[in-house]
Design a protein around this ligand. Structure first.
Ligand code: IVH
Length: 668
């Protein structure tokens, strides 16, 4: 081929491959075989290498993942990304309908759509070219994830018309891709993702777009952020325009003019939902006319013209075969129900935490009982209640032991706590769990050193404390089960690389009581080196905004122990970095979270999360949890039987959420 012919061929291939890509990923009607597509792609890659000036921003070769980023830039949304109010039953939907009709009259049409359970993203196009993609973040500011979004093949890199437009949609991981990904993770002894939503979010927050490219994500686009000069007068016309421009919209949408029809549609999906190839967590109902939408307007957080109907968690029956006990890193002994395997909300469940003895008593759970199981928030398996009618008399009541199931020392119940604890610092279970925590992703992030590997190394007495991890040698690793030459090499490299982590990762990994990931970062930023931190007083610590008395005491006690000094010296000797390497600014990068900088009070009995977990999660996202409600409280989380604190919150006009809302916001 001569040069001009080759150049024409590049343009031809780009157009052809973009067309095939659209047919395959958006229309689901491929017109060429995978082999042919791959062969044309190879041809284009070679030609573009020869004529780099022809490698346009919308070339299909741009989807394989570009350079690794250092971080994601913050991007302010031109129009805020709001959330939706929820409906949980017919009555809520009828209320919504009534409110709508009061404002706009009786001539209303509603569009019902799948509520895709993924990650909201915004896509900007200039002159029809995809120029920027962002996450929702806190609704006002999100993160620029353009390169990762380009790897989603159903996102057009160029539109069929040269529009300046910003659209919103839900990126998600199809169920099949999720299962395959988790299987691969298990084989590699890595933590599987809890659900497709987390997997999608995790994939889009990879700094290396090549990793995101491997994750098989997809998208449904559901609205145009700024309709401007599009001439569109209804939401459904907007969706049709999105189709024409080359976007993938969800085909299951329907328009109705009565709430009865809407309710029938919604109820129909309760049973059909498992047949979809992707997860939905509800149905979104939107007023179709844009003029009526404008009349209805917005509350502070969500439009009055739309509502999300949330499906109730699926409940199934199974037998509780046994109750197992495990000792956690902090010595808390947790009972877990061992269940006859049963499929709930898409995955097989065999275990459910029973949290503590009080819960077992309250629900009167006995070994051998038939129980109802659900996944709270479609994630955490939970025993809802016992089917008392199915009892045969053979069931066995369960009693918590008085001694630690791992080390035999006496268990204690600390003040204020329902949990039983083993307080023996040499308890092997606590040490093992502490080691698992040390290498986990948020801590030292040593890839390849999963729970099973740690358990083996600990069993073989190759590691007894965290410093021993840095003494491991390849020869020792190769002898472990399922450890090949290559994985041993990778592991040695991962251990070596973790020595360079900034101080906060180590601090969090050490497992100092009450010090979560967020507090570890604050401490590292303030004190910069572990030696400085060793010298601080409780007074120095509480002077820092985010640190309360309990944490301060715990830090001082921790560093005053001689064995901790020894451990630090051992780590130093192994070449582990003991200094903060991040930006000096005190401002912490947590602006994505709703909880950042807020003061929150937990009151009443929480059902799905333990209080400690709720606190740790809130703190990890930058919030501060305090004990009493005052003017400086931003938010109160009220569980069952919340009393005077709830009354105080109402008196002071402080926002109150229930536990479900808390969990929903924590998951964002
Ligand atoms: S419309 C103004 N439509 O649900 C609100 N949202 O709490 C615009 N979602 O953050 C949202 N499927 O991530 C809309 N068909 C759909 C959706 C949908 C999923 C998500 C979206 C949003 C959340 C609402």
């Amino acid at each position: 081929m001569d040069k001009p012919t080759e150049q024409t061929r590049v343009i031809e291939l780009q157009q052809l491959l973009n067309q095939y890509n659209y047919e395959y990923h958006v229309l689901d009607t491929p017109s060429v075989s995978d082999e042919e597509y791959d062969s044309l792609m190879r041809e284009l890659t070679q030609l573009e290498a020869k004529f780099p000036e022809l490698k346009t921003a919308d070339s299909p070769t741009q989807r394989v993942g570009g350079d690794v980023l250092a971080n994601f830039e913050k991007v302010e949304h031109r129009t805020p990304m709001l959330s939706l109010g929820n409906a949980f039953n017919d009555a809520d939907l009828r209320d919504f309908d009534r409110r709508v009709r009061q404002v706009v009259g009786d001539d209303v049409a509603y569009v019902c759509e799948m509520k895709i359970d993924g990650l909201a993203v915004s896509l900007r196009y200039q002159q029809g070219l995809f120029i920027q993609g962002t996450t929702r973040g806190d609704g006002t500011v999100g993160e620029g994830i353009t390169e990762n979004l380009k790897t989603i093949r159903s996102i057009p890199l160029r539109l069929s018309d040269p529009f300046d437009i910003e659209v919103r949609g839900e990126a998600f991981m199809p169920k099949k891709s999720f299962e395959a990904l988790n299987e691969a993770k298990l084989v590699n002894d890595e933590m599987p993702f809890a659900n497709p939503r987390n997997a999608a979010a995790g994939s889009l927050r990879q700094l290396d777009p090549k990793l995101a490219a491997k994750r098989n994500l997809d998208i449904y686009v559901y609205s145009i952020a700024d309709l401007g000069e599009t001439g569109v007068v209804s939401h459904s016309e907007g969706l049709d325009l999105l189709d024409q421009l080359g976007f993938k919209t969800n085909p299951e949408r329907r328009t109705y003019s009565s709430i009865d029809e809407v309710i029938t549609f919604v109820e129909g999906w309760v049973d059909k939902r498992p047949n979809l190839s992707y997860d939905i967590d509800g149905i979104v109902i939107k007023v179709d006319s844009l003029e009526q939408q404008a009349q209805l307007g917005f509350t502070a957080k969500s439009p009055r013209w739309a509502i999300a109907y949330k499906f109730r968690a699926e409940e199934v029956e199974t037998k509780l075969i046994d109750i197992e006990l495990s000792v956690g890193r902090t010595g808390v002994v947790t009972p877990t129900a061992i269940l006859e395997p049963v499929k709930v909300a898409g995955t097989t469940v065999q275990r459910a935490s029973l949290h503590n003895e009080d819960l077992i008593r309250e629900k009167d759970i006995r070994i051998g009982d038939y129980v109802v199981v659900k996944k709270a928030g479609d994630i955490i398996p939970e025993v809802v209640n016992v089917l008392v009618d199915r009892r045969t008399g053979e069931e066995q009541a369960f009693h918590m032991p008085t001694e630690c199931p791992e080390c035999g020392s006496e268990l204690v119940r600390l003040e204020d706590e329902v949990a039983l604890r083993c307080i023996n610092p040499r308890c092997p279970a606590q040490i093992r769990e502490g080691l698992i925590h040390f290498v986990s992703r948020t801590a030292m992030n040593i890839e390849g050193l999963g729970e099973k590997v740690i358990a083996q190394l600990f069993q073989e007495k190759l590691i007894t404390n965290v410093a021993d991890i840095y003494k491991l040698e390849k020869d020792q690793l190769i002898k472990l089960e399922r450890m090949g030459e290559k994985s041993a090499d990778n592991l040695v490299n991962a251990i070596e690389a973790s020595k360079q982590n900034s101080l906060e990762k180590l601090l969090f990994g050490l497992g100092i009581r009450h010090v979560g990931a967020k507090a570890a970062k604050t401490l590292a930023q303030h004190f910069e080196t572990i030696d400085n931190l060793k010298r601080v007083t409780a007074g120095d610590l509480v002077a820092i905004n985010e640190i309360g008395e309990k944490m301060a005491d715990s830090i001082v006690t921790y560093f005053s122990a001689p064995e901790v000094s020894e451990l630090i010296e051992e780590l130093r000797g192994q070449g582990v970095n003991l200094e903060y390497k991040g930006p000096k600014a005190v401002k912490i990068d947590d602006s994505d979270s709703y909880f950042a900088g807020k003061t929150i009070v937990l009151t009443g009995k929480l059902e799905r999360l333990s209080r400690n977990d709720a606190k740790t999660e809130i703190e990890a996202q930058g919030g501060k949890v305090t004990g009493s409600v005052s003017k400086s409280t931003d938010l109160v989380i009220a569980g069952e039987a919340a009393g005077s604190k709830l009354a105080k919150a109402a008196e002071l006009g402080i926002e109150v959420w229930d536990e479900d809302r808390l969990i929903e916001e924590l998951k964002k």
